[in-house]
Design a protein around this ligand. Structure first.
Ligand code: FCB
Length: 442
């Protein structure tokens, strides 16, 4: 970690932390909540590394006041959380379940009460199981259902949420959830998962209109990006790199910005109907960028089902997830988005950035996490370099406030600024929490 002081950020820069509903809330059947695909998946034997579920998670549903106090103590200006669709519509359609919306009403008011902007994500992967049973995101109708759900949420919270995020990482939901089967709903369709991309994007576009009709607040999407690092210098390696880049970095951005779908091998665009691309290109106010690491790519073997091969990136420190720590990748990504999209690119907020380490309390009950401090230090310097290079980056959200239930990894990966003892639900701020608090203090 460099010892030169961190350069200052603009006074109006938005500092935040991010979480998602299924990873922290627990209370899986409280107040009429329906089942989501993640309840079903987590309860299926062999799907989750430690056999755990999100039934209780961080019990945030009951402990949100304590967690809002942690946000206030941290001094962030914004908190990105997600709304559980199956709390609002237990079966994914029909009238709102008022008790479900009441929870988010209380949370939003608690945040505003301590001067923290509520930033609400509408879909962080927890599709109501009843909609999955009707085809899920493979079915076009799910896009219309999503817009109805957005309308119900905005009718209740549209006067107080300060930034809407329609979808979280539609690429990851398509690829891990529907392509490779490692996330819910566990489908293994490879390239036949493309309708999941299109229907999520269509749902996004329809939801943008629904939100605008009810709320004056800005609207965004949070996309996952991973710059390609070529692991070889042949033409075949370059072709493979371009294919991966199109799938991961362009498929969910080009059409949003009015450019239509990129030329990506293996995609059957037959589900795209006349008029869809105009709906998808509804203007957004902010592009949310989630970044964890670049991806090493080389040409695939001849018998591979994929047109590229993903290879480990050597020579970097690694997190407990075995992800390489590459802060420069974030700068390159931000500058690359600006270079690729130019004036059509809206302002960017980094809506997720963070790392997992095996943080444990010491004998005094403190939780030192120097690797996370180094990680955040490096990535914030990278953001600052991108701003200096002229990229309009207006915010940075750390993933995550709390150690939580990390999808297929269960409770084995700790991403929090705050340590959680999952047996007692005791919260203990780690040393990174104090570091960030001191950094962002005006
Ligand atoms: C992102 C997800 C988030 C969390 C982090 C580690 O892909 O959006 O929920 O799991 O990874």
């Amino acid at each position: 970690m460099t010892t030169t002081p961190m350069p200052r950020f603009p006074a109006e820069f938005r500092w935040g932390v991010s979480t998602s509903a299924y990873q922290i809330e627990g209370a899986a059947s409280a107040d009429g909540r329906g089942a989501s695909v993640w309840d079903t998946f987590a309860h299926s034997p062999g799907r989750i590394a430690d056999g755990s579920t999100g039934d209780v998670a961080c019990d945030h549903y009951h402990r949100y006041a304590e967690d809002v106090a942690l946000l206030a103590g941290l001094g962030v200006s914004a908190y990105r959380f997600s709304i559980a669709w199956p709390r609002v519509q237990p079966t994914g359609s029909g009238p709102a379940n008022p008790a479900g919306l009441d929870f988010y009403d209380r949370l939003v008011d608690a945040l505003l009460g301590v001067g923290v902007d509520p930033v609400a994500t509408l879909f962080h992967w927890d599709l109501p199981q009843a909609l999955e049973d009707a085809g899920g995101w493979l079915a076009r109708d799910t896009a219309a259902r999503f817009a109805e759900y957005a309308d119900l949420v905005a009718a209740r919270l549209g006067d107080r949420v300060k930034l809407w995020i329609t979808l979280n990482e539609p690429f990851i939901h398509m690829s891990l959830g529907h392509g490779m089967g490692v996330h819910a709903p566990g489908r293994m369709l490879l390239f036949d998962a493309f309708p999941v991309a299109h229907h999520q994007l269509l749902g996004h576009g329809l939801a943008v209109s629904a939100l605008r009709a009810r709320s004056a607040s800005p609207v965004a999407i949070a996309n996952n990006y991973s710059p390609v690092r070529l692991a070889g210098g042949t033409d075949a390696d370059r072709t493979a790199g371009a294919a991966y880049d199109a799938l991961h970095n362009r498929l969910f951005t080009d059409p949003l910005l009015g450019l239509g779908y990129p030329d990506a091998p293996g995609l059957d665009l037959n589900v795209v109907r006349d008029g869809d691309l105009a709906v998808i290109a509804a203007p957004i106010d902010v592009l949310g960028v989630n970044y964890y690491n670049p991806t090493g790519i080389r040409a695939a073997e001849a018998d591979s089902p994929l047109p590229f091969e993903i290879v480990p990136l050597d020579g970097y420190p690694r997190t407990a997830f075995d992800w390489p720590v590459v802060p420069d990748g974030l700068r390159d990504l931000l500058v690359g988005l600006r270079d690729r999209y130019g004036d059509t690119l809206p302002p960017i907020q980094v809506t997720e950035s963070g790392c997992a380490y095996d943080d444990t309390p010491d004998a005094d009950g403190r939780v030192p996490d120097p690797e996370r401090i180094a990680y955040l230090d490096g990535h914030l310097r990278a953001v600052r370099e991108a701003i200096d290079a002229g990229v309009d980056v207006t915010g940075y959200f750390v993933w995550s406030l709390l150690d939580n239930w990390e999808w297929a990894e269960g409770f084995t990966k700790r991403f929090g600024l705050v340590h959680v003892d999952f047996a007692t639900q005791a919260r203990t701020p780690k040393s990174s929490y104090a570091w960030l608090r001191d950094l962002i203090r005006p």
